[in-house]
Every structure is written in C-alpha cells, then in structure tokens.
Design a protein around this ligand. Structure first.
Ligand SMILES: C[S@@+](CC[C@H](N)C(=O)[O-])C[C@H]1O[C@@H](n2cnc3c(N)ncnc32)[C@H](O)[C@@H]1O
Length: 244
C-alpha cells in the first residue's frame, strides 16, 4: 500500500499534486461518505459507490418487513463495511447476527477500523462476526438474508470500460473475475447460498449491467425460482434478488 503522505519531494507533498496524478480524493483523505456515515478507506479497499446504497435500502426493508425479531444476515465481500455497518445502524428493534466474509485480510482490517469508528452508531445488541473466507466457505450458520456486492467485472471483456483511475488505484480483487471462471464463480456462490438459506430467506446482490440477465438465468436454475432484476439510478440493470 502506498502512503502518499510519506512520498518525498515538494510535488508529492502537495495535495494538489496527488490529485493531478489521479489519486482518488477518497484515498488521499482516507475518507468516503456512504449512506449515512463517513467511512475510513485506503487503497486496501474499494471506494464505495453510491448505487450500492440502494442495496442497503433493500436489505433494511426486508429486515423491517420480516416477522422475526432475530435474524442472521450474512454478507459476502464486506470490504470496508459499507453495506453491513450501514444496515446495522438502521435496525434498532430487531437483533441481527451479522456475519461478514472477505477473501482479503486487508479488507477485513479496514472493516475493523470502521467497526470501531462507527461503534457509537451501531446498536450494541447486534452481534458482528467477520472471517477470512472464499465466499461462504466454512460457514455453517443458516441465514435469513444473504447479501453481496461481489467483484463483478469480467477481467478481459469489460476492462476497456473501466476508468484508468480505477484500474490504477483500486484493488483488483474487489473488481475483477476471470472471464472463463465468471459463471462458475457465481454458480458456486448460488449453491452455497442455497445450502445456507433458511426457509422464507432472501438473497440480494449487486451485479454488472451486461451480465445480470445471464446470472439471473443461472440463479433461476440453482434456486428453482425466479429472480428479480432491478435498476440503479442510471436505469441500468444492477441488482438481482431472490425470495425463498
Ligand atoms: C465490490 S467489493 C464490495 C465491497 C463492499 N461490500 C462495498 O459494497 O462497497 C467486493 C469485495 O469482495 C471481496 N472478495 C473478492 N473475492 C472474494 C471471495 N471469493 N470471497 C469473499 N470475498 C471476496 C473483495 O476483497 C472486496 O472487498
């Protein structure tokens, strides 16, 4: 991880210099606003995107509409904690056991920083567990809700559409999957979700506008039910959800 503030020379010492070089403002400030909070971010994690706030709203809605007073919510790929820590802040009348996974230890370290930073906003009756894992492997707890904003850009096919600043500074593990492993990666995830899901549970994910319909067909087969695709602020296919 680069520490911009320790780079030598007058040019690199200046804030404007970092900006001119294309370093994202959020990494320079070590701060990003998402939903209702300010999160610590650096180059170990993806900078949160505003469309993901829609995913938080959807999960909060599902939790509030649930008849249960205690729910298990699992998130795959927690990153800095933007989804998980935001939704926990919204739930005061129910108890959530939140389990978050990430394949990146760096990301989990940043999650812990934000868990501490936002502790004052998080109702203390919730339980938070995080673990380093590939998707849902190693988890045997049944879930009421599984949510994910996974890496969903095809490394070769979609690369030309990715901004150079993103390519240069954001962690590729948070962004890309190999083209030839893409569907198999989601097929495995969907099967893990199926095995862990409680009856009347919900699965919600963010995905790529060009690949979401194909993933929905895949999900329909694995889950034997029809998924729902929803759009983001720019009217692009962005979310896929299943209710069981
Ligand atoms: C698009 S980022 C989402 C981060 C955060 N949840 C958000 O919405 O801003 C994807 C996250 O998934 C993690 N990830 C990538 N592959 C994974 C895998 N196989 N299992 C678990 N997490 C993974 C990345 O490290 C990254 O933190």
């Amino acid at each position: 991880m680069k520490n911009y503030l320790e780079l030598p020379g007058p040019y690199w010492d200046s804030f404007v210099g970092f900006l001119k070089r294309g370093v994202p403002l959020q990494y320079i400030n070590k701060s990003a606003y998402f939903y209702k909070s300010e999160f610590f971010v650096d180059e170990r994690v993806l900078i949160p995107r505003s469309e993901t706030e829609i995913l938080v709203e959807k999960v909060v809605e599902v939790i509030k509409e649930s008849e249960k007073d205690e729910l298990v919510v699992i998130e795959v790929g927690v990153g800095p904690g933007t989804i998980g820590l935001s939704l926990l802040q919204e739930i005061s009348k129910k108890k959530i056991h939140f389990i978050g996974t990430d394949i990146s230890q760096d990301a989990l370290d940043v999650f812990k920083i934000n868990q501490f930073k936002l502790d004052y906003k998080t109702p203390n009756h919730h339980l938070i567990d995080i673990l380093k894992a590939d998707r849902l492997s190693g988890i045997d707890k049944k879930a009421d809700i599984i949510v994910t904003n996974p890496p969903y850009i095809k490394k070769d096919l979609d690369r030309s559409l990715v901004h150079n600043q993103v390519l240069q500074y954001e962690p590729h593990v948070a962004l890309f999957l190999e083209d030839d492993q893409y569907n198999a990666w989601f097929n495995d995830l969907f099967n893990q979700v199926k095995n862990l899901m409680n009856s009347h549970g919900h699965f919600l994910m963010e995905g790529h506008e060009s690949h979401l319909e194909e993933l929905c067909e895949l999900g329909n087969k694995v889950f034997s039910t029809s998924g729902k695709i929803q759009k983001d602020y720019t009217n692009r296919n962005r979310f896929l959800s299943y209710s069981f």
